[in-house]
Design a binder for this molecule. Structure first.
Ligand code: NAP
Length: 437
């Protein structure tokens, strides 16, 4: 028997488990460990609440979780309740699929002022992640600057710009929907240090900016190179640029009270304010021959009362596990950190790609595991699940099983507002009432 521990129950963790079931058949037992009592990682707490079709992928993960060879150990914090070294002693292979939950700081003066938020915190808040339920973003702001030209920046802008009606059938938590319904925000700036050709948006996400009921996207025609230059782009990027060009041609819509302005070629240099955010100072940039942003020497201040930094994420380190601080992920070679210790998904490659990328990642990792022998390096002598249960029992850790999550799930669905798929429990205490024994 090969005993696998997968730490993290997001897409990377579940795809790896799916691959291991296919690869090892009846000779594997898989324990999926998560610090939260709820599974699915970024599917639950990162994917935008108004993108329910993407969240539906969790149904596929349910089939894995219900497999007799798999057990879910929710509410177990690796690094606190059990160490990585202890897991390595219990399992043939330990796979870290812990994602990249931490914000990369803006790293400019003033980035610690009240009113500066990281996107992980803001997204976690509206998605009901227990770590961020108490965030209280300053929605008295009339203007918000969001730094970054990726899909997370777009998600944050869209949630700020949508009406309550547009969010009604999403699973945004009520603790976010209520303040958003009173929000003073009328202008959102999406600040990118490079141009439309370099933006990391994808087509669907950028297209949605043009379909909002009370908000209009604004793009400056002067930010584009000549149209002929679009021919050199790969297809997906060219389509994104075509949409941005359409926004530039359409201009403002006087009937819509909220604007979402794409401020390309601006690099944040300072958050301005006395005790709270009053503006974002940016340096105008241009591209050098290698496509990097270089300073023009000209600065300007975008007056705003909230700044959201959406410039990418980092993994959290774990005691005893080599970490590549510059890259913000575990130090690894093709997923291997040390014999029997692996990483996968964002914890391996950093925060890039789509959910589907984690499927390829999980399947590739399991091929490598298979190449290390039918019983890892240990000859099948590891205690596996029985050993973990004994250890957690000794320590008085209350484990949330998958059946406990199914109870939470049913309770969340039952208390949903009309039209919404669920109303999440956003505190650990509320979640614990469903499984504490
Ligand atoms: P991302 O796509 O990597 O975008 C990060 C952005 O931050 C880039 O525009 C980058 O600019 C900019 N940036 C980095 N450091 C900066 C700095 N110091 N100052 C100013 N700008 C800086 O990251 P993300 O938006 O966090 O998304 C993470 C991943 O999740 C991506 O793969 C994304 O597609 C995916 N995602 C997908 C969806 C969806 O499919 N609906 C939704 C959300 C997220 P440069 O390009 O110049 O480095």
């Amino acid at each position: 028997m090969r005993h696998l521990a997968i730490v993290g129950s997001g897409p990377a963790g579940f795809y790896t488990a799916e691959a291991a079931l296919k690869q090892f058949g009846d000779t594997v037992r898989i324990d999926i460990i998560d610090r939260l009592p709820t599974p699915y990682g970024l599917i639950r707490a990162g994917v935008a609440p108004d993108h329910q079709s993407i969240k539906a992928v969790s149904k596929r993960y349910d089939a894995v979780a219900r497999d007799a060879r798999v057990a879910f150990f929710g509410h177990v914090a690796v690094g606190q309740d059990v160490s990585v070294a202890e897991l390595c002693g219990l399992y043939d292979d330990v796979i870290l699929a812990v994602g990249a939950p931490l914000d990369r700081p803006l790293g400019v003066p003033g980035d610690d002022l009240p009113g500066v938020l990281g996107s992980a915190a803001f997204v976690g808040w509206y998605n009901g992640h227990p770590d961020f339920a108490g965030l209280q973003p300053p929605l008295v702001a009339r203007t918000v600057a969001i730094v970054g030209n990726g899909n997370v920046a777009i998600d944050c802008a869209r949630i700020l710009a949508k009406t309550v009606q547009e969010l009604q059938d999403s699973d945004i938590v009520n603790h976010a929907l209520e303040p958003l319904s009173q929000s003073a925000v009328r202008a959102v700036h999406i600040v990118g240090r490079r141009g439309p050709h370099q933006a990391s948006f994808t087509l669907k996400e950028v297209g949605e900016m043009g379909e909002l009921s009370r908000a209009t996207p604004l793009v400056q025609a002067a930010d584009f190179p000549p149209t002929e230059a679009d021919a050199g782009l790969e297809t997906g990027q060219r389509r994104v640029v075509e949409v941005l060009r359409r926004f530039a041609a359409a201009g403002p819509d006087a009937a819509k009270p909220v604007t979402i302005r794409f401020d390309f070629f601006r690099r944040p240099v300072r958050v301005v304010g006395d005790g709270r955010v009053e503006g974002l100072e940016v340096m105008r940039t241009r591209l050098d021959a290698a496509g990097r942003a270089v300073d023009s020497g000209e600065t300007e201040i975008i007056p705003c009362e909230m700044v959201i930094s959406a410039i990418g994420y980092r993994s959290a380190g774990l005691e005893g596990v080599p970490f590549d601080a510059a890259a913000g992920r575990f130090a690894n070679v093709d997923g291997q950190i040390a014999p029997g210790l692996w990483c996968v998904g964002w914890a391996r490659r950093g925060p890039t790609g789509t959910i589907g990328t984690n499927r390829q990642d999980g399947f590739a990792l399991v091929e490598r595991l298979a190449a290390t022998g039918a019983n890892g390096d240990t000859g099948g002598s590891k205690a596996g699940r029985v050993g973990l249960e004994a250890l957690l029992g000794e320590r008085g850790v209350t484990v949330a099983r998958f059946a406990d999550w199914e109870k939470i799930d049913a309770a969340e669905v039952a208390r949903a507002r009309p039209g919404a798929p669920r109303e999440k429990f956003a505190s650990l205490d509320a979640l614990r009432t469903h499984f504490s024994r």
